[in-house]
Design a binder for this molecule. Structure first.
Ligand code: SAH
Ligand code: SF4
Ligand code: F3S
Length: 484
């Protein structure tokens, strides 16, 4: 189990400290990139809470601004520098009126570029990578003494042991769904990807740590938990039975926790979909029928050059097995067009794969050459206009599939977990089992609860429905408490 004193403040919560009237300061965290960064941003706020920092949604109100950055594509990384340009002006204005504004750059750009950020943008006080943020109070204190602090170590096990624990109130204020990082880093080295360099080697959290965090989430009123990892299904660890567990076994264990009614996980790699995980999809009702399983390309030649370590046929067979186990499974994926050497024929293979699989949703990108990756040094880089044409054709097909999937749900009844107020007054928005947002006329008292909804209308990204009278229900292993 996790050591409770690991927080450094021995079980104290932000609420305890703030109640004692410690001088309030504000932190603003801007998050770029993937869900793992979303999780990390919350943990940064949690680490700073016992120091008297409250989270603000307004940059102008902040004493500390943290950009939690993404390095995956060139555009994502460049955004950081334009944002830092704006912050330079804000900081200068503050200084004119004798006030201090501290600026930190966190996340994958921080890890990849380190000192270079401080050189290129002297406005930055603090640079720290994804494995260092549990030490934020100490790093902020050091930066407060005037020197620029750069911290890009790789001790992920230390981070997992010392992750800050939010109060139940802080957890619940973030909603009834939550992310839970179970695995971090990657050993796969796809030739286009920076993740193995920015997040480091694959590390799994222990079963004890994960179960404890899931319990805390459930106790605070969270009802849907999404397990996160760069390769979440590469997660492995020693089970309480002494056997080596994979993600499938872990999901069975988490499903026993009272109060957790829905489980999801992302992002998975085709190579790590083992039998136990497929069995979990067959046997666990609370494991939602939506699977993000990126394939990147439909061409065997390109898959090989990308070092994905599987063929298109392996992917097809896998999807067949998954759909056998869970016939209502909706598939999602990621695609890259214009990888070096990708010919028209290779791209046609990708279109063919998409046609054959049928995706409920997907993300697709133009290949972006990343410094230090093998792909960047490959001959035959593809022209930008060709990449744009291929992306447009692929996205057109994917959007048609997404619309068709949504349309297939018209007239159907489904359980919706309501999360927050919807687009219009009197509406709530929740999620379907297949992850689409569902807009429904419903009373605010249903936030945090499940209800049966009949779908009347659909758009590309959303479903629209109405409550089925007399069918409101609570899924939670018999528990109906929705903490305020
Ligand atoms: N671990 C996941 C992917 C994490 S990165 C997997 O193996 O599938 C998220 C997505 O960003 C990838 O799936 C890929 O589609 C995209 N991506 C990663 N590097 C990229 C690059 N250099 N150019 C364009 N897209 C990229
Ligand atoms: Fe990147 Fe490949 Fe690892 Fe996914 S599996 S994070 S794409 S190197
Ligand atoms: Fe970006 Fe790092 Fe996530 S590069 S996609 S924030 S792991």
């Amino acid at each position: 189990m996790t050591d409770n004193s690991a927080q450094g403040s021995a079980g104290r919560t932000a609420d305890d400290v703030n109640a004692k009237g410690r001088q309030g300061r504000n932190v603003f965290v801007k998050t770029y990139g993937c869900q793992m960064n979303v999780y990390d941003s919350d943990r940064m706020a949690d680490a700073l809470a016992p120091e008297g920092y409250s989270l603000t949604q307004v940059a102008d109100d902040a004493d500390l601004i943290i950009l939690n950055t993404c390095h995956i594509r060139e555009k994502a990384a460049e955004k950081v520098y334009s944002e830092l340009g704006r912050l330079r002006l804000l900081k200068a204005e503050r200084e004119k009126s004798g006030k201090r504004l501290m600026i930190g750059v966190a996340g994958c750009v921080a890890q990849a570029e380190g000192e270079e950020i401080a050189r290129r943008a002297p406005v930055v006080d603090l640079v720290f990578g994804p494995q260092s943020y549990h030490r934020l109070p100490e790093l902020v204190a050091r930066a407060g003494n005037g020197s620029t602090v750069v911290e890009t170590g790789f001790d992920v096990a230390d981070k997992f042991e010392h992750l800050a624990k939010p109060s139940a109130k802080a957890v619940r204020s973030r909603g009834v769904t939550a992310f839970l990082t179970v695995q971090e880093g990657c050993d796969k080295f796809c030739t286009f990807c920076v993740v193995p360099y920015t997040r480091g080697a694959e590390v799994s959290r222990s079963v004890g740590q994960i179960v404890e965090e899931a319990r805390r989430l459930a106790d605070a009123g969270v009802r849907e938990v999404t397990l996160l990892g760069q390769n979440v299904n590469a997660w492995h660890g020693e089970g309480p039975d002494g056997r080596n567990w994979g993600l499938g076994e872990l999901l069975f264990r988490l499903a026993e926790i009272e109060g957790i009614d829905r489980l999801r996980y992302t992002t998975s790699h085709p190579r790590d979909m083992d039998d136990a995980l497929i069995a979990a999809h067959r046997d666990l009702d609370i494991l939602m029928p939506y699977l993000h399983l990126p394939v990147q390309s439909g061409s065997d030649r390109v898959l090989k050059a990308m070092n994905r370590k599987h063929t298109r046929d392996v992917y097809f067979r896998l999807i067949e097995r998954i759909r056998e186990a869970r016939p209502d499974m909706a598939m999602s994926g990621d695609f890259i067009v214009g990888f070096p050497g990708e010919s028209d024929l290779d791209f046609a293979d990708t279109m063919d794969l998409v046609e054959r699989v049928g995706y409920a949703s997907a993300f697709s990108f133009k290949y972006s050459s990343r410094p230090g990756t093998p792909g960047a040094a490959m001959a035959d880089q593809i022209d930008e206009t060709v990449k744009s044409e291929r992306l447009a054709a692929l996205q057109d097909l994917l959007v048609r599939q997404q619309r068709a999937f949504n349309a297939s749900l018209k007239g159907k009844r489904m359980d919706v977990l309501f999360e927050k107020p919807g687009r219009h007054a009197g509406q709530l928005v929740g999620r379907s089992p297949w992850l689409q947002p569902v807009q429904v006329d419903a009373p605010e008292s249903l936030i945090g609860a499940f209800a049966t909804v009949e779908i009347d209308d659909v758009s590309t990204n959303s479903l629209f429905g109405r409550l089925v009278k007399g069918q409101d229900r609570q899924e939670s292993n018999g528990s109906v408490a929705i903490p305020a």
